[in-house]
Design a protein. Sequence first.
Length: 356
Amino acid sequence: MILVTGGAGFIGANFVLDWLASGEEPVLTLDKLTYAGNLENLASLQGDSRHTFEQGDIGDAELLTRLLAQHQPRAVVNFAAESHVDRSILGPDDFIQTNIVGTFQLLEAVRKHWGGLSGQAQAEFRFLHVSTDEVYGSLCATEPAFTETHRYEPNSPYSASKAASDHLVRAYHHTYGLPVLTTNCSNNYGPYHFPEKLIPLLIVNALAGKDLPVYGDGMQVRDWLYVKDHCSAIRRVLEAGRLGEVYNVGGWNEKPNIEIVHTVCALLDELRPRTDGVGYQSQITFVKDRPGHDRRYAIDARKLEKELGWKPAETFDSGIRKTVQWYLDHPEWVAHVQSGAYRDWVQTQYEASPIV
Ligand code: NAD
Ligand code: TYD
């Protein structure tokens, strides 16, 4: 079996669902269930004996030791993290605690467990750390996309904490020989995406008749990958990645934010037009920019493509259409995630955000 941390969040849940849809190997999900963790994401697994859920913190050494001894996973896939840049700007503490200290505790527990294994079990054990392209910093318009050897230049508390965790993972391989793999992926989108991030926020705000907030001039560029393509990349790296290596994961889909906003509006105009006949673009509102906002991310995924033969299955057009349709088809999920805690966040982040 495998242990998946952060498996009740956006990407982790997609990973667990896809894993169990494509094979029989059981999964133990460990998740703290922060505001971003949602057991509804895994509701379709209720009663499935291949899936076990444990609520807990990757920083809890005792719990980790017990879980590793009891379940004897052959691999650990670490998604658990605080993941939202804007929250890291307003309050970095949880990012330091989970992304740095938590990853350290997880590595320590895994190192001790792995050290106690022998023969084939030890040789085949894997620790896969899921990271982000944001550790590489920001590109100007003409610079080539990030390769795995690009220097680390994190600019936000979020990306700095992820960078620190990547360094710890690297060090545990170099120093102790822990069989690690690291993936650095671009911006994901798709089902179960918490609506504090750009794409799901646009969809839920548009449908609710609210403003579509665009930071600054809306010309910041992100490289978008459909979440299930990220999951297939992780499966492939886990299966065949070379130990100690880093693999960039990306969809070759660079887009300025404003183009994303227009695309989502156009899809909603087609699939769920406003009753007054006015287009959703009328709800676009330019707001104060994010402090230290990275201008451009772009991923060069050729290493993963050439070495491991991975390719994304979705284009941006097909992936964004599926995503918008998923949100239209799941109004109950959307209603449930917009709880009191979510409303508090929206108020803190946007109601004090002057329109420019
Ligand atoms: P998310 O915020 O949706 O989910 C994070 C999950 O981790 C939640 O279920 C949360 O409850 C859990 N968690 C948080 N702290 C924990 C702790 N201390 N112990 C155990 N569980 C804890 O995040 P996501 O978008 O699914 O991202 C997953 C991973 O992928 C993160 O490591 C993130 O840095 C990375 N990543 C995300 C993106 C993206 O576009 N979302 C892109 C590249 C990499
Ligand atoms: P986000 O989804 O938060 O991901 P990240 O910051 O990790 O790239 O934001 C994606 C882009 O969209 C980023 O450039 C910030 C911008 N953005 C807005 O313009 N408005 C918003 O309300 C949000 C949440 C993001």
